[in-house]
Design a protein around this ligand. Structure first.
Ligand code: NAD
Length: 268
């Protein structure tokens, strides 16, 4: 059976020309969704992802926008809505790190991380929710009027010295998502987060690119392997599909057990 649970749905994935966003875009397309591949740099990588998605017999297009800029986010949604008519699935994935100890962290490092990881989510979710509320449920494609998925992190829970800007942004994502879920439930818009653990992407290359770094990383992962973008892609398809229709305001940890306090496995 050709099981394509997202057939006919229109999706937008931010930061979809690399890493987890690319993995999510590929998984949504394989599940039948048409996908906008948002990017801010590396247009060639975005074009490559679009070509690959089209091989899944769906529509795909690349749209450039800095998710931290209101005018660019607005313009991106206007282009998507005029081309495809509506949006059913938003995955707020774009994110970055600018790591430094507190005493040397610049205000620019703090502002950029909060702007992309948290404000970017607000700007994109606001545009998507406006359209989902205007349109309402399309019963031919989904029980819900829309699905919003926030890419959080295990660091919405685990404090992270040397990364106070990043941890604060992801801690903010947690209550942003939950508050949005409370607010949008009457409109039948489902809002959830995915909290990845260590997924092999460019953002954390230093943590896996040498054998020594990988051994040290694996000490934090009870399941004993690093995660892959497709692990997150599969979770996103489930959260976007009616298979999770009663799941709302939830953070799904996709982390190989990283949040299980692995050091306590050997005593405590
Ligand atoms: P990545 O660096 O491969 O991808 C990040 C993407 O975001 C890129 O496409 C980048 O261009 C885009 N981006 C950055 N700033 C942007 C902006 N202003 N506007 C639009 N796009 C922008 O890293 P990744 O690991 O794939 O990270 C994706 C998300 O997953 C991030 O939110 C990150 O915090 C989260 N995450 C990653 C891991 C991990 O282990 N890789 C773990 C937990 C959470």
């Amino acid at each position: 059976m050709d099981h394509r649970p997202l057939t006919g749905q229109k999706a937008l994935v931010t930061g979809a020309n690399s890493g987890i966003g690319e993995g999510v875009a590929r998984a949504l397309a394989a599940a039948g969704a048409d996908v906008v591949v948002n990017y801010v740099s590396a247009p060639d990588a975005a074009a490559r992802v679009v070509r690959d998605l089209e091989a899944s017999r769906v529509a795909a297009m690349a749209l450039r926008a800095d998710v931290g800029r209101e005018d660019e986010v607005r313009a991106m949604f206007e282009k998507m809505l005029s081309a495809w008519g509506t949006i059913d699935i938003l995955v707020c994935n774009a994110g970055l790190q600018r790591d430094a100890p507190l005493t040397t962290m610049t205000l620019a490092d703090w502002d950029l991380v909060l702007r992309v990881n948290l404000t970017g989510m607000f700007l994109c979710a606001r545009e998507a929710a406006r359209e989902m509320i205007r349109r309402g449920i399309r019963p031919e494609v989904s029980h819900a009027a829309g699905k919003i998925i926030c890419m959080s992190s295990v660091h919405e829970l685990i404090p992270w010295a040397g990364h106070v800007n990043y941890a604060a942004s992801k801690g903010g994502v947690r209550l942003f998502m939950q508050s949005l879920a409370q607010e949008l439930a009457p409109h039948r818009i489902r809002v959830n987060s995915i909290a990845p653990g260590a997924i092999q992407t460019p953002i954390n290359r230093a943590a896996w690119e040498t054998p020594e770094a990988l051994v040290s990383l694996l000490g934090l992962i009870p399941y004993g392997r690093i995660g892959l973008p497709e692990d997150v892609g599969k979770a996103a398809v489930w959260l976007a599909s009616d298979d999770s229709d009663y799941v709302h305001g939830h953070t799904l940890f996709v982390d190989g057990g990283m949040t299980l306090y692995p050091e306590f496995a050997r005593g405590g």
